[in-house]
Structures are given as structure tokens and as C-alpha cells.
Design a protein around this ligand. Structure first.
Ligand code: GLA
Length: 402
């Protein structure tokens, strides 16, 4: 056989697969996972810090667990040159962004950056208003794979139009770039974000606390969760509600509270962007962030966000339908006392999901934090849910004997 045909065939295959991979709607079929500088480091970013974080991402097993975006948040940019090109801080990023992107890519990671739809970012750096297409081309030339786009000094713009302009700019630059809409939920981005971006913030900024509110709008974990309960129908493969980045490991919550934070973000099919110092993770932080059983729920290909299945005031039960006719169930205890759970799967009258029926079929109950099967749905689930904690399980049908 003439050897040139297989060659041509592989070339055509490569072309088809690479153009497929570049389709905007296919860039975040499961919630994006990565690390972002803001929650821990604020404006204190530099190429040294980002490189160390990229190293740590690989060395700690975070990359293996699925975290692949390294995102520099606000404060990397200082000015524009006479042609309007955006300039990184030359003291903090002396090698420039392309070199940094190359470093990150060489580790098997992806590179993310931050800008703002207004003239100034939230920290008063140059924003992208009036420069959207030029900035998108610059990012593409640097090798950027992810853009978080903020909403400070919006100057009265219409949010949908402003985000669409940058979305068009990114789509036009011929490099697949995930677009993270950071509009804080004020203009209901869940109603217009699908097709414009891949994820949209639903609330004000997260604070490193279980329950706390701030005058300027910062929110703790529980208040953020409450705001997600009605948004389930807007999430799906390629377009996600974003309840903000993770605080796990930043020191403001107990271990059980961080488990709640991570479990519920996974139940909500939220983007999992770690926000801690990856170079100095204690055992518990690492175990939480790399819990593969919980991450599998977050990354499930069905892409459904959990619904609050039962609300008993301070006790809640959330359910997330999974592929393979399985379901993840999270018992969440908002009180500061232990919840002595004595739960009969048989007594519940509703179905968790159309495909899951605990009355007609028997399921195993697998504990996603203990990493073991703890019973079956025909038995009661007797367990202690810690104060501010969760019990998170996965139900899988036991196949009837042939
Ligand atoms: C806003 C965003 C944050 C962060 C800061 C940076 O507050 O919501 O996530 O990006 O700006 O200034």
C-alpha cells in the first residue's frame, strides 16, 4: 500500500480534532479546576510566586487530581505603552508573560490571567474597556488559556454587552481561551452568560469564614451556598455558576467547615479554583483539595448542579444526579452541635433524580470522605454529621443477580 495515504489520513484527523478542540462551547465541558492568586496573595503577585505555585501544583499532586489552570488575578498590569499595548509590571514580571506562559505550559499546566470590563480593575490597574480586541490578541500571543474578567469601574455599561464584546474578541483571536465572567451576580449573568462565557460569578467575593457578612458585600461559605439554591437550571456542560474561588487551607475555618466548603462546591458543579499557598499545604488541606471521590462528583460528565432536596431549617439534604444513574447526596449540618443522623432512605417520598429510585432498586451507600461503602439504601443511614460539617455519599445501584 502507498504509505502516503495513512499520512494524509492522520493529517486530516489532526486538523479535524484540533479544530474541534478549539470550539468555544467545548472548552469547559466539566467545571474548570485550577489555582488563582487572589484569595491568598491579593496584589502581591510576581513571576517568582507564580512559577513556585506551578511547581507546587505538580509536586503536590494537585495537577494529577485535575487542577490545571494557574491564574494570576489583579495587579500584574501597570500601564499601556504608546500603542495601547498592556504592560505587565516590569519589576514583578521581568521575563514577561510569554516566558511565564511557556514555563507553565512546560509543566503540563494552563495559564490564566485577569482583566476588567471597566477602564480600571478593582485595584486601579488599567482595565480593558476600549482595548478589548487588542488585549485579546495580546493574551493569545502570550499563550493565555483562561481570562477572568471583572466588573469594577463599569462606568454604566450594560453587563451583557460588555462581556459579549470581550467574548467576541477572544473568539476572534484563534486561541482557545476559557472566559470567566466576574460580574458578582448583580446583572443575573446566569440568564445571559451561556455562549458568552464558560462560568459566571453568582455572588460578591468569598471570605474565609463559615458564616459572616461584610458591609461591602463579602460573604462566608453558608451565605454563598444559600444563593445557589435557585440557580441549578442554569448550569450544564460548558457553562457553570461560579460561587467564587476556594478558601480551603487559608486558615479561617475548621477542618469540618473546609470539608463542607469543598463538598458543597463539588455538589454545586462549581469551578474548583484553589486559593491557598500550594507550597505550604498541611496534610488536611491536601487531603481535602485532592479528594478524588469528591472531585469525581464535581467533574461528573452529566454536569448537573445539585438541588436542595430537603430543607429542615438548620439541616439540609442536597442531591446531585450523576451519570450512570447514580446520585451524590450531601447531608449538611448548619448548627454548631453534632447532627445525629438516623435517615431512612425508604421513608423519603420524593425521588432524588428521575433515574434514581430507592423504593424500587437497592443502592450501595459509599461515603466520599471515609472512602468506603457504609451500607445499602434498604438500611437506615446512622451517622454523626459534625457541627458545621457534612456527610457526603454516593448511591450506586446494586445490579440484580442475572
Ligand atoms: C473583585 C473580584 C475578586 C478579585 C478582585 C481583584 O473583587 O470579585 O475575585 O478578582 O476584584 O481586585
Amino acid at each position: 500500500m502507498n504509505a502516503k495515504y495513512p499520512l494524509i489520513f492522520s493529517f486530516v484527523l489532526l486538523l479535524t480534532t484540533s479544530s474541534y478542540a478549539q470550539k468555544f462551547e467545548d472548552l469547559a465541558r466539566t467545571p474548570p479546576m485550577g489555582w488563582n492568586s487572589w484569595n491568598k496573595f491579593g496584589c502581591n503577585v510576581s513571576e517568582k510566586l507564580i512559577k513556585e505555585m506551578a511547581d507546587a501544583m505538580v509536586e503536590t499532586g494537585m495537577l494529577k487530581a485535575g487542577y490545571n489552570y494557574i491564574v494570576i488575578d489583579d495587579c500584574w498590569q501597570v500601564a499601556r505603552d504608546s500603542l495601547g499595548n498592556i504592560l505587565p509590571d516590569p519589576e514583578r514580571f521581568p521575563s514577561g508573560m510569554k516566558a511565564l506562559a511557556n514555563y507553565i505550559h512546560a509543566k503540563g499546566l494552563k495559564f490564566g490571567i485577569y482583566s476588567c470590563a471597566g477602564s480600571l480593575t478593582c485595584q486601579g490597574r488599567p482595565g480593558s474597556r476600549g482595548y478589548q480586541f487588542q488585549d485579546a490578541r495580546t493574551y493569545a500571543a502570550w499563550g493565555v488559556d483562561y481570562l477572568k474578567y471583572d466588573w469594577c469601574s463599569d462606568e454604566g455599561q450594560n453587563p451583557k454587552a460588555a462581556y459579549k464584546t470581550m467574548s467576541d474578541a477572544l473568539k476572534g483571536c484563534k486561541r482557545p481561551i476559557v472566559f470567566s465572567i466576574c460580574e458578582w451576580g448583580d446583572g443575573k449573568p446566569w440568564e445571559w452568560g451561556n455562549g458568552i462565557g464558560h462560568l459566571w460569578r453568582t455572588t460578591a467575593d468569598i471570605r474565609d469564614c463559615y458564616q459572616c457578612t461584610f458591609d461591602w458585600g463579602g460573604l462566608g461559605v453558608v451565605d454563598i451556598i444559600d444563593k445557589q439554591a435557585e440557580l441549578q437550571k442554569f448550569a450544564g456542560p460548558g457553562h457553570w455558576n461560579d460561587p467564587d474561588m476556594l478558601e480551603v487551607g487559608n486558615g479561617g475555618m475548621t477542618e469540618d467547615e473546609y470539608k463542607t466548603h469543598f463538598s458543597m462546591w463539588s455538589m454545586l458543579a462549581a469551578p474548583l479554583m484553589a486559593g491557598n499557598d500550594l507550597r505550604k499545604m498541611d496534610k488536611s488541606t491536601k487531603e481535602i483539595l485532592t479528594n478524588s471521590d469528591v472531585i469525581a462528583v464535581n467533574q461528573d460528565s452529566l454536569g448537573q448542579q445539585a438541588t436542595k432536596f430537603m430543607d429542615m431549617g438548620e439541616y439540609e439534604i442536597w442531591a446531585k444526579p450523576l451519570s450512570n444513574k447514580e446520585v451524590a447526596v450531601c447531608f449538611m449540618n448548619r448548627t454548631n452541635q453534632v447532627w445525629k443522623l438516623d435517615y431512612s432512605w425508604q421513608k423519603q417520598t420524593m425521588y432524588f433524580a428521575t433515574e434514581v429510585n430507592v423504593h424500587k432498586k437497592v443502592y450501595t451507600v459509599y461515603d466520599l470522605w471515609e472512602h468506603k461503602t457504609i451500607g445499602k439504601t434498604k438500611e437506615k443511614l446512622v451517622k454523626e454529621v459534625p457541627a458545621h460539617g457534612v456527610v457526603m455519599v454516593r448511591l450506586s445501584q446494586i445490579k440484580p443477580a442475572q
